[in-house]
Design a protein around this ligand. Structure first.
Ligand code: HEM
Length: 221
């Protein structure tokens, strides 16, 4: 993703907005130094794994950022998008906005494995997604921010919630409501975040299209 100053600015807003989004519904206080004592190399381990993944998949940073967004928008940032299907239990992965387009799961698994080697049972999957999103923005040339940590992993997955993620065909009224429902009440949040999605979606896509859903969001009345 070769970005101009415009997406840099958008990513700056993104840092604040994603933090707000992640705090939505979280009961505990998140802090930047949560793993400083228990897993001091966590940040570097995640970063190294992402850099290695990027060597064979240049789209991975964008995909990991989107994964975090799709996790946070459904019952908060609890890692529930990572849960796999079990008998009688439909998951967020199977929801329309995720099925076939949410990607990066093997890289998240690789990060988790590396962290388990270094400090078993310490870093939550929800925090891995948050760290991966922040590091992805940073490695893409965007700003760096102190991502807040200390999330607990969710034990449930909501396919209904995931099916309610913002969709490319929805009008501004509906999108405003959906962002507002997760605590992003300022229209600026919607425009900044959707603009970021539009920009990152200029990366060559598996569909070959360069028009993202969020671009449509922004141009619809
Ligand atoms: C109005 C709200 C939004 C809509 C309707 C929307 C929809 C979409 C759609 C349909 C795609 C293409 C998925 C595919 O087929 O591969 C996409 C890509 C993407 N979106 Fe959004 N999005 C929105 C907001 C956001 C936000 C808030 C973020 C980040 C915080 C985000 C990050 C991304 C990224 C990084 C990609 C590229 C993913 C990849 O290449 O794997 N989007 N978006």
């Amino acid at each position: 993703m070769m970005a101009s100053s415009t997406p840099y600015a958008a990513a700056g807003v993104l840092a604040v907005m994603v933090a707000a989004l992640c705090l939505h519904g979280a009961a505990a206080q998140l802090v930047e130094d949560y793993y400083d004592d228990t897993c001091p190399d966590a940040y570097d381990i995640v970063k190294q794994t992402l850099i290695e993944a990027h060597q064979s998949d240049t789209r991975i940073y964008a995909s990991l950022l989107r994964l975090h967004f799709h996790d946070c928008f459904v019952q908060g940032c609890d890692g529930s998008i990572l849960l796999d299907n079990m008998t009688g239990f439909q998951t967020e992965k199977e929801a329309v906005p995720n099925m076939g387009s949410a990607r990066g799961f093997p890289v998240v698994d690789a990060v988790k494995a590396a962290l388990e080697d270094a400090c078993p049972g310490v870093v939550s999957c929800a925090d891995i997604l948050a760290l991966a999103a922040e590091i992805s923005v940073e490695l893409s040339g965007g700003p760096k921010w102190g991502v807040l940590l200390g999330r607990l992993d969710g034990l449930t997955s909501s396919i209904a919630g995931a099916n309610n993620l913002p969709a490319p065909f929805e009008n501004l009224t509906v999108l405003e409501r959906k962002f507002s429902d997760v605590g992003l009440k300022d229209l600026v949040d919607l425009v900044a975040l959707s603009g970021y999605s539009a920009r990152t979606s200029l990366i060559p896509r598996r569909t070959g299209s360069t028009t993202s859903a969020a671009q449509i969001c922004l141009t619809r009345p």
